[in-house]
Design a protein around this ligand. Structure first.
Ligand SMILES: [Zn+2]
Length: 643
């Protein structure tokens, strides 16, 4: 039973969804991060518009090489005119590469000039040409989203030589936090760096100094307005004080079971030199910090810095680092709990709360879509009030450790009691049930089970118009992995009911049973009351036969233009496994990555054919194939050469 919510609610959720950033992040980010790049801001805008024409990069490289050959072959007297054409060719190519950095960094790695060719280029082209680099520094992770509910995280490297944006050809590192010390090898253009998927391309050399998530969190809010509207103060410092150190601090106290709260100061309003017509959050922060320091504020005594300002040209409501010491958050316009508790959640190291949509008949599986903010019962998802879920609270040290209420890790079949999630208490607040273990990393994925009631900051659950139609009469089930902070998903326990962007009836009702078809894990709440729930659990069948994947190619080496046929064979205890989903990851010699999926046949074989394009790099290609079947993961690897 799900109904389409009344319109005002939809509108409100749409607002929530765009809380982080929208519409202009591509330009906003680049305007900040490449102030000294070879390509101008206008060039970036043009490049963004032509990103769809990425394949032209090969032609542009040919034009560049041909213009360079002409230049080198010309007499000194004729070189003047040729130099102009050469610069134009290099600049056109740089514009396309700059756009590709955003959309397809692997293509930048593929297109990069070799060291020998690069060395032959005239020095005056330097700013227009890419360069292989090895850089070390501190990582900053910012999150943005691109509208339509799509979100992405933005990685910056602060090195002694400057600030660079990192663009990953493979999966970005979601296990790190702002402040981690890293070493990066890649291809640099201006202040942008394309990073390959080789293990050597991105290495953590030191974790972020752990910022505390407990006790009084010292927070400074710097209120600033803009040079073109210096008298605009949409709310008072006293109002901000009440929202942050009153309401939002209470949210943290209740969520943390009285372990974490906010203290600190609100300063301003200060008028900064920046106008409201540009979206440049780095300059905004720099000028806000300078204004506060000039007014006698010691910024070093705060763990969280918040910059709040009247609505400006940025399309988002809030923006934040993920972790960081201090963390930094930007609040654009309305200063409310819904944005503050979300952005400060990022500041404490949290990522978004997603939902997993596996269709109308399936709840979990390997072919599901992710809704970035789809967890409508989590402040890091689509809600503007709800408690953080148990995976998040465990990460923050608010559950299952020290003086915090316990989590029950279920290792044997049985019936387990959990207390209602919101109030303080000494009983268990959630169940944690093993779903699978990655055989190559040992990292585990868990089910989390919570019993939520309409109390405190979860009071909105009493009103079905706010979307929570069955939450208080059942239990919520999430998955979360130890491998990544960005890995938690709300599951839809009523997949057959209609979905209208979000689903509003995610809970597993008392009397219903969920069975994981891959592992046999069974979750069945037998009673749900205002004070808690009883849940019968069957854990995964004990592993009897290990799963193995072997990978082979039909030839040891190929020439460009050929197709490489890659076969993965999945076995369990030596017998072939049919219908296993296999993920192929091919890392080209340049470090760029191709991924593909295939399903095993009755003989346990899954095949992927990689067509080698004329512009593909030569050298050693690495393939791995991974699968999770019967709750067990396995991986195999092979290499081949392209000449
Ligand atoms: Zn966010």
């Amino acid at each position: 039973m799900a109904f389409l919510p009344p319109f005002p609610f939809v509108a409100r959720l749409q607002t929530a969804r765009t809380r982080c950033s929208k519409v202009v992040p591509f330009l906003a980010a680049l305007l900040w991060i490449i102030p000294t790049a070879a390509v101008s801001h206008e060039d970036i805008a043009k490049a963004a518009a032509t990103a769809a024409e990425a394949p032209q990069v090969d032609k542009l490289t040919e034009s560049l090489l041909s213009a360079a050959a002409q230049y080198r072959g010309a007499s000194r007297a004729h070189r003047g005119g040729l130099a102009e054409a050469l610069v134009a060719a290099a600049a056109s190519r740089a514009r396309v590469l700059a756009a590709l950095m955003e959309s397809d960094p692997g293509a930048v790695l593929d297109a990069a000039l070799t060291a020998a060719v690069r060395a032959e280029m005239p020095a005056f082209l330097g700013q227009h040409l890419e360069q292989a680099e090895n850089l070390a520094g501190a990582l900053t992770i910012l999150h943005e989203d691109r509208g339509g509910g799509e979100s992405r995280f933005h990685y910056l490297l602060e090195s002694p030589r400057g600030r660079y944006s990192l663009h990953f050809a493979g999966d970005p590192p979601e296990h790190l936090r702002t402040g981690a010390r890293v070493r990066v090898a890649g291809v640099r253009l201006g202040q942008m760096l394309a990073v390959g998927a080789h293990e050597a391309a991105f290495q953590e050399v030191g974790g972020a100094a752990p910022a505390s998530t407990l006790g009084a969190r010292r927070t400074i809010v710097v209120l600033v307005n803009f040079a073109d509207a210096p008298t605009l103060q949409p709310y008072t410092a006293a109002a901000a004080q009440s929202v942050l150190f009153g309401t939002t601090s209470s949210f943290f106290l209740e969520n943390s079971y009285q372990q974490t709260w906010l203290t600190g100061d609100i300063v301003g309003w200060f008028t900064i030199a920046l106008p409201s017509t540009v979206c440049d959050y780095a300059t905004l922060a720099t000028q806000a910090r300078a204004a506060a320091t000039a007014a006698g504020v010691d910024l070093t005594s705060y763990a969280h810095q918040v910059f709040a300002f009247p609505q400006n040209a940025c399309g988002w409501w809030g923006l934040s680092t993920v972790g960081g010491n201090p963390s930094q958050s930007w609040i654009n316009g309305d200063f409310e709990l819904g944005v503050l508790a979300h952005e400060l959640g990022h500041g404490l190291g949290l990522w978004h709360a997603h939902a997993l949509d596996c269709g109308t008949t399936t709840i979990v599986g390997s072919s599901c879509a992710t809704n970035e903010y789809g967890d409508i019962v989590d402040m890091m998802g689509g809600s503007e009030s709800a408690h953080y879920n148990a995976f998040q609270k465990e990460r923050l040290g608010w559950l299952g450790t020290g003086a915090a209420p316990p989590l029950t890790t279920v290792v044997a079949d049985g019936t387990y009691a959990i207390d209602a999630y919101e109030p303080t208490g000494t009983g268990p607040k959630a169940l944690k049930i093993l779903k699978s273990t990655d055989s190559s990393t040992g990292k585990r994925t868990w089910y989390y089970v919570e019993s939520r009631q309409a109390t405190g900051f979860d009071s909105f659950l009493a009103d079905p118009r706010t979307g929570a139609q069955n939450v208080t009469s059942g239990v919520l089930v999430h998955t979360g992995s130890e491998a990544s902070g960005n890995s938690r998903f709300l599951l839809d326990m009523t997949p057959a009911t209609p979905v209208y962007y979000y689903w509003y009836d995610p809970a597993l009702a008392a009397g219903q049973t969920f069975i994981d078809p891959d592992t046999g894990v069974t979750i069945a709440p037998s009673s749900v009351t205002a004070t808690g729930a009883a849940v019968t659990v069957r854990v995964a069948a004990a592993s009897t036969s290990p799963v193995a994947v072997s990978v082979s190619t039909d030839q040891p080496s190929y020439t460009r233009g050929q197709s490489a046929s890659i076969t993965a064979r999945v076995t369990s205890g030596g017998s072939p496994v049919a219908n296993a989903a296999v993920k192929f990851t091919i890392i080209k010699a340049s470090g760029s990555v191709v991924t593909a999926k295939a399903t095993t046949t009755g003989s346990g074989m899954a095949v992927y054919k990689l067509r080698l394009k004329p512009q593909d790099p030569v050298g050693l290609y690495a393939v791995d194939a991974s699968t999770t079947t019967n709750g067990k993961s396995a991986k195999g690897a092979a290499t081949f050469t392209v000449r």
